[in-house]
Design a protein around this ligand. Structure first.
Ligand SMILES: Cc1cc2nc3c(=O)[nH]c(=O)nc-3n(C[C@H](O)[C@H](O)[C@H](O)COP(=O)(O)OP(=O)(O)OC[C@H]3O[C@@H](n4cnc5c(N)ncnc54)[C@H](O)[C@@H]3O)c2cc1C
Length: 200
């Protein structure tokens, strides 16, 4: 049983995983089991080139961020389990949270974060009832969002990144994933607002 399982390892999913992983020294986050379905093949980062993101050197490739993000997670927060070579096929409610079925296995989680991007090619069974036209893109592109309020779809089910209804900018997607992470930390902290900062 995972405490939180993040689906999708693009900008939003990896940012969410990094912030959750970084909370390991907080007593309320100790012993929490965090998983990331680390699928990256269809990430928009695969073809992106960044000149307009604060903190990224101009010319940074999204494909490099995909690799470095996983390495950063693995090096700093190895307790975040990265589940490789699996794609999520379905998600359904269970008595304790959610059952997530991939191309290879079935996982159980108390909280699920969906961060699979806003393409209408989404094929995850169980999410159909939340899918609506994306509110902040041009209609011709037929992008979608999962209807949510402040990233929450329903109790225990969150959406992050472009699929949460945000416009497609790297910083926005990362911020959305980080926001969901702090919402989860706040839940774990009995509703007391939480964030994670390092100091030099
Ligand atoms: C060509 C291009 C250029 C860009 N240039 C810029 C730029 O200059 N500046 C800027 O700010 N932004 C730019 N962007 C936008 C930026 O890349 C996106 O806004 C950002 O990647 C969106 O993040 P996301 O996490 O919502 O989705 P993504 O990064 O697309 O991540 C979604 C993840 O979900 C995974 N996934 C999908 N389906 C499943 C499934 N069933 N199971 C498990 N995992 C799944 C995918 O493999 C992927 O890793 C560009 C995008 C493109 C395509």
């Amino acid at each position: 049983m995972y405490d939180v399982l993040i689906v999708g390892a693009g900008a939003a999913g990896m940012s969410c995983a990094l912030v959750l992983g970084s909370a390991k020294t907080k007593s309320f986050a100790e012993n929490k089991r965090i998983g990331l379905i680390a699928h990256q093949r269809t990430s928009h980062l695969q073809t992106a080139l960044f000149n307009n993101v604060l903190g990224l050197a101009p010319g940074t490739l999204g494909s490099d961020i995909l690799i470095q993000g996983k390495e950063q997670l693995d090096t700093l927060y190895p307790h975040v389990e990265q589940i490789e070579n699996e794609k999520v096929k379905s998600i359904s409610k269970s008595s304790e949270g959610f059952t997530v079925t991939t191309t290879k296995k079935t996982y159980h989680t108390k909280i699920a974060v969906i961060a699979v991007g806003y393409t209408n090619l989404i094929t995850i069974e169980g999410l159909e009832s939340y899918i609506e036209p994306h509110p902040k893109t041009v209609a011709e592109k037929e992008r979608i969002w999962l209807k949510n309020e402040d990233h929450k779809i329903e109790d225990g089910l969150y959406v992050a990144g472009t699929l949460a209804g945000w416009r497609s900018q790297f910083a926005i997607a990362c911020g959305s994933g980080a926001q969901v992470a702090t919402d989860v930390l706040t839940l774990w902290n009995d509703g007391k607002h939480s964030h994670v900062h390092d100091k030099n």
